[in-house]
Each structure stands twice: as structure tokens, then as C-alpha cells.
Ligand binder design. Structure first.
Ligand SMILES: Cc1cc2nc3c(=O)[nH]c(=O)nc-3n(C[C@H](O)[C@H](O)[C@H](O)COP(=O)(O)OP(=O)(O)OC[C@H]3O[C@@H](n4cnc5c(N)ncnc54)[C@H](O)[C@@H]3O)c2cc1C
Length: 608
């Protein structure tokens, strides 16, 4: 077995691969970008930890949002307004306008790629209602979520994979990217990656690198996310000196199966399912008279938590509420929600056509991430001046454009993958065509950071196991960054997470073999979990207001509070946080309230 050296000179002898573009991640965003690039004739490699169609996008159930207006009156202005309001005015309005205007186009493109959408009788794409999506600026729910039963992500990912195979995208399956390579000028010139089968480290040189590594939902103990969602792209960016944006904002999905964490899509409520408390009451009518069960997720999750806290939860411990679908009828359930029917059986032992199913709010989505512009280019910001990181792009859940602000609307993520995957692809193509460039030279220390990380594990003779440290990160995050937060619990969380960071340095690897050593992979993933967790905790403790998914008991106010309605402090906190890993400190940047062509939507109280 070859030992792994740490010296700078060793970088030079590592095996190398050279591409025009290297994409890390084969989920919806990575494959939408790679498709654009491969079709334009660029030499593109996609690295992925798992087989492409096993990426978390495959689990998306409910739909992709676009104002097609197939089933009720709709247009992109309504979608634009809903997304801004959903974001609690933290979303950048230029990016939101771009996304909502592009939405119908990218959905029809997907249809033409072969996506098997459900159909209406007239042959148009079926659309269901979804939380926070309305017609006429909040007046009533609208049918905007384009769906393939409750397997929309599955259908989308397979469609994109097939098109990529046809376009000769080169996939590197079961390869884990470890670190970005930046040269002396700060430009990104490639990545290092571990081939899981052999345990060998490679250098991938590229004119452009695109991160599409998905979310970091696994920093929490109870999560709807896949086990691979460990925030690797966030870790890579943070270690390379790129600050992470708005990491305090984490979405709890109202309907995770109690005790299991598995998701029941919001499409259930889109089809008419109702949340009930122990008295059988449809409690959302009290909190959101207009949208009821279809209010946005942050809002519904808080109402559920409130019901449970006030003693109206169900079950022996009164610690969940139930989702009632019994009135929908077996036919509708089996046609529109077949996977939900199976999940009921497999994870709760419940026949959802006959009885309600226990649910609790469960961690689902990160609104923050690697800061980018509409073109997918990664930007760093100082004193509100943006600087582009040459050669680096990010799209999908790992990125923060920011279209979701403080709370994402359901169906807007699948949309964001398509819109920004494509636009990043287009920008890379244009810049390659405008100024054809050759690969920049690799710096001498190209692989040093990765080699040091591997050497640390290989040299360890004692210490803690990765899974124990990861477990402690997860329970700290669960405890200190939940649906309701207090300043005290967050401050304590910061101390706890900072202490765990020290322990990450002492992780040991018992089995040092190289071939398919999943323990080594897990240990490397903990480095990334740590960056995402510390970014979250530090940013959360710093934001002294309530906004979107960030609800802090200490700052809660009523809707009629003149200065800070519902605890939102627009005077001081209408800004994005930027967390820097090297110093574990924060800086800030203004929210862009100027859309591209239309009038902006000024902040107002967010009621439903
Ligand atoms: C259960 C569930 C249901 C959802 N339902 C919906 C829905 O109905 N509508 C909606 O809009 N959104 C939904 N979402 C959110 C949405 O699905 C995700 O935000 C989105 O699919 C993420 O796509 P992505 O391309 O960013 O990343 P992912 O699909 O997560 O893919 C990440 C890729 O990166 C690769 N990767 C990661 N790290 C590395 C590394 N170090 N080296 C190499 N490869 C790496 C992985 O192998 C994978 O290929 C849902 C999410 C969940 C969890």
C-alpha cells in the first residue's frame, strides 16, 4: 500500500486529469449545467460520491414551480411576489425576477428533454397548489407546482441523466472531491478528488470548476436529507477562504414522519390534506385564515410547534400532530401520491387512506450557502463591493444566489437547479467562446491541503471516531438551532460547536486500508459538516431579530408592532451574513432590493 506524503513536491507526482470544466455533484443542478456544457461541445467531467440518479434530487416529491397557468390564472409577477414574501424580504429581487421569468422556459425545456410530467385532460402539464404560492398577490392559492405524481425529482433526475449520457458528459462515479485548488492570484484552477475504489488522490485541472454538491442537512440529527448531504461544497469553499452566506436560515419541513424523519411532500396538502391536533381541530385555520394548511413552511412549522407546546399534540407523549388525508379517497391518493402511500406503510405502519399519519417539523433545506450572482459565478464581498472568484461557480442547494432569502417556498428549489444550472452553463460557454483560454499552471502546493488531511487520518493512532464526533455535531445543532431559538441557547450552541471543532482535529481512523474505505470518506465528510455547522451556529447567534425560518423567542413581537412587526428588524437586519471560516467571524452585505425590469416589492408585514 502506498503511503501518502505531505510535501509540496508530492503534488507534482499525483495522477492528473484535465477538462474544460469540472463539476462536483450530479444532482439536478450539476446535471443541468453539465448538459448545457456538453451540448455546446465542451469537455466536461462530473464527479459524484454516488451514482448520479441516487443524488438527493431523486427524493424530491412535490413539484417544480412555474407560472404556466395551465389550471388556474397565473403569471410570473405573482410568482415573483410570492417568492419575495416567502423569503421574508431577504431574497435578492434581481435574482428572484430572473428565476420566475425563466421558470416556464426551463420547465418546457425539461418537458422536451422527455420529462414524464402528469397530464391534464387537454394534454398540458398537471400543476398542484403548494405552500405560499398564490394568485393575485396573496389572495388565494394557485396551482403552480408542475408534478410527476409524487416523484417529480426522480423523473427530473433520470431525464437529465439520460440527456447527459446522450451528450457524452463524462461521469466519475464514486469519486469524492476534497478541496479546491486556488493559485497565487486567487483563481480556481481545479480540484483534488479521491477515487473511492482505490483510495488514490487525483488532481483535476479545469478552466472552470462548478460546485453543485447539494445541501448540508446532515448537520442535524433529524433530517429529511440523504446521508450524503454533508455540505462538502460548503467545506471546500470555506477552507479555500470563501465566506458562506446566510447560513442561519434552515428550513424545517412541517411534515416529516414522526420518529422517522422521512418526508411527506407538501403536495399532500396541495392535494387537500389537513393538519389536525389532538382535538381533531384544523388548527391552521386559526393561524392563517387565507392560506390555512398551505401557508409557507416556516410559518406552518411554528404553528405545529406551538400546538405541541400548548398541550394539543397527539400520541402518548403529545409530541406530534397528524396529517389527515382520509377524505381525499383511495383513488386520488394512489394516483397523485403513490410514494406517500408507501411511506405511510413502511415508516409509520399507517394506511393513509384510512387513518391520519403522525408528523413533526423536520430539517429539510438550507437557504444559505456559497454566495453567487445570477450567472452562478462565486463572489466575495467587502464593504458591499463584490469581487468575482475567477474560475469558480456554484449552483443548487450549496449556493446562495439568493432567491430563497430567509425561507424557501416549496418547488422553488427544483426550479433554482434548472434556472441557475442552465445560466451558469451558459456563462461558462460564453466566457470560453469570448476569450478562449488555456489551463493556468497549477500552483506547487496544489494538493497540499488534501494531502495533509489524508495524512492526518493515516498517522492517527488514537483519538475519537468520526461517527461519534459527527453525532455530537448533530445533537448540538438539533438542540441549539431548532424551530424556535433563544439567544441563550444559540450562544451556548456557539460555545459547544467551537469546542467540537477542536475534537475534529483528533479524529482517528482504525482501518487504514485504501480500497472502498468508507470510514475514511466519513472522516473526511466530518471536516465539511463542521464548517457548515459552525457557520450556522455563529450566524444564527449574531442575527438579533426574527426573519423567515430564524425565529428567536427573545425578539418575537406582534404583527401590529409598528417598529418591528413580528420581530423583524428591517432597520438593522436587512442584510446578508457572511461567515469566514479562518477567523470564525462575520461580515455583512446589503440585500439587493432592485429587480431587473419591474418595480421592487417593498417590505411589509408577513401574514397569510
Ligand atoms: C425529501 C426531499 C424532498 C424534496 N422535495 C422537493 C420538491 O418537491 N420540490 C423542490 O423544489 N425541492 C424539493 N426538495 C429540495 C430539492 O430536492 C433539493 O434542494 C435539490 O434537489 C438539491 O439539488 P442539488 O443539485 O443542489 O444537489 P443534490 O441533488 O443533493 O446532489 C448533490 C450531488 O453532489 C454530489 N457530491 C456531494 N459532495 C461531493 C463530493 N465531495 N465529491 C463529489 N460529489 C459530491 C453528490 O454525489 C450528488 O451527486 C426536496 C428535498 C428533499 C430532501
Amino acid at each position: 500500500m502506498a503511503s501518502i506524503a505531505t510535501s509540496a513536491s508530492y503534488s507534482g507526482s499525483l495522477p492528473r486529469r484535465k477538462f474544460d470544466v469540472v463539476i462536483v455533484g450530479a444532482g439536478g443542478s450539476g446535471m443541468r449545467a453539465s448538459l448545457q456544457l456538453a451540448r455546446a461541445g465542451l469537455n466536461v467531467a462530473v464527479l459524484t460520491k454516488v451514482f448520479p440518479t441516487r443524488s438527493h434530487t431523486v427524493a424530491a416529491q412535490g413539484g417544480v414551480g412555474a407560472s404556466l397557468g395551465n389550471m388556474s390564472e397565473d403569471n410570473w409577477h405573482y410568482h415573483f411576489y410570492d417568492t419575495i414574501k416567502g423569503s421574508d424580504w431577504l431574497g435578492d429581487q434581481d435574482a428572484i425576477e430572473f428565476m420566475c421569468r425563466e421558470a416556464p422556459k426551463v420547465v418546457y425545456e425539461l418537458e422536451h428533454f422527455g420529462m414524464p410530467f402528469d397530464r391534464n385532460a387537454d394534454g398540458t402539464i398537471y400543476q398542484r397548489p403548494f405552500g405560499g404560492h398564490t394568485a393575485n398577490y396573496g389572495e388565494k392559492p394557485v396551482q403552480r407546482a408542475c408534478a410527476a405524481a409524487d416523484r417529480t425529482g426522480h423523473a427530473m433526475l433520470h431525464t437529465l441523466y439520460q440527456q447527459n449520457v446522450k451528450s457524452r458528459t463524462q461521469f466519475f462515479v464514486e469519486w469524492m472531491a476534497l478541496d479546491l485548488i486556488r493559485d497565487a492570484e486567487g483563481d480556481v484552477v481545479g480540484v483534488t478528488a479521491l477515487e473511492m475504489e482505490t483510495g488514490e488522490l487525483f488532481i483535476f485541472e479545469a478552466k472552470s470548476v462548478l460546485l453543485a454538491t447539494g445541501g448540508a442537512g446532515r448537520i442535524f440529527a433529524a433530517s429529511t436529507n440523504a446521508f450524503i448531504n454533508t455540505g462538502d461544497g460548503l467545506g471546500m469553499a470555506a477552507r479555500a477562504g470563501i465566506p458562506l452566506q446566510d447560513m442561519e436560515f434552515w428550513q424545517f419541513h412541517p411534515t416529516g414522519v414522526a420518529g422517522a424523519g422521512v418526508l411527506l411532500t407538501e403536495g399532500c396538502r396541495g392535494e387537500g390534506a389537513i393538519l389536525r391536533n389532538v382535538n381533531g381541530e384544523r388548527f391552521m385555520e386559526r393561524y392563517a385564515p387565507t392560506l390555512k394548511d398551505l401557508a409557507p413552511r416556516d410559518f406552518v412549522s411554528r404553528c405545529m410547534d406551538q400546538e405541541i407546546k400548548e398541550g394539543r399534540g397527539c400520541g402518548p407523549n403529545k409530541d406530534y400532530v397528524v396529517l389527515d388525508m382520509t377524505h381525499l379517497g383511495g383513488d386520488t391518493i394512489l394516483k397523485r401520491l403513490p410514494s406517500v402511500f408507501e411511506i405511510g406503510h413502511n415508516f409509520a405502519n399507517v394506511d393513509i387512506t384510512k387513518e391520519p399519519i403522525p408528523v413533526v417539523p423536520t430539517i429539510h433545506y438550507q437557504m444559505g450557502g456559497i454566495p453567487t450572482g445570477i450567472t452562478g459565478q462565486v463572489v466575495t464581498t467587502q464593504n458591499d463591493v463584490n469581487t468575482i472568484v475567477n474560475g469558480l461557480y456554484a449552483v443548487g442547494e450549496c449556493s446562495c444566489v439568493s432567491v430563497h432569502g430567509a425561507n424557501r417556498l416549496g418547488t422553488n428549489s427544483l426550479l433554482d437547479l434548472l434556472v441557475f444550472g442552465k445560466s451558469a452553463g451558459n456563462h461558462i460557454i460564453e466566457s470560453h467562446q469570448k476569450a478562449p483560454k488555456s489551463h493556468k499552471d497549477l500552483p506547487k502546493d496544489a494538493a497540499d491541503r488534501s494531502l495533509a488531511r489524508l495524512a492526518r487520518l493515516d498517522a492517527s493512532t488514537s483519538g475519537e471516531y468520526a461517527q461519534d464526533v459527527a453525532g455530537d455535531i448533530r445533537s448540538a445543532m438539533q438542540q441549539h438551532a431548532g424551530v424556535f431559538r433563544t439567544q441563550k441557547t444559540m450562544d451556548e450552541g456557539v460555545v459547544k460547536i467551537n469546542a467540537i471543532r477542536e475534537r475534529v482535529k483528533n479524529i482517528t481512523l482504525k482501518d487504514k486500508s485504501k480500497v472502498f474505505n468508507t470510514a475514511r470518506i466519513e472522516a473526511l465528510e466530518v471536516d465539511n459538516l463542521m464548517e457548515a455547522a459552525q457557520a450556522t451556529m455563529t450566524s444564527a447567534a449574531a442575527r438579533k431579530e426574527c426573519r423567515g425560518a430564524h425565529t428567536v423567542k427573545d425578539y418575537e413581537r406582534g404583527a401590529d408592532d409598528k417598529e418591528f412587526p413580528l420581530g423583524r428588524n428591517d432597520k438593522e437586519w436587512m442584510k446578508h451574513t457572511l461567515w469566514d471560516s479562518a477567523t470564525n467571524s462575520l461580515s455583512y452585505k446589503s440585500v439587493n432590493l432592485k429587480p431587473l425590469t419591474v418595480e421592487s416589492v417593498p417590505p411589509k408585514v408577513r401574514t397569510f
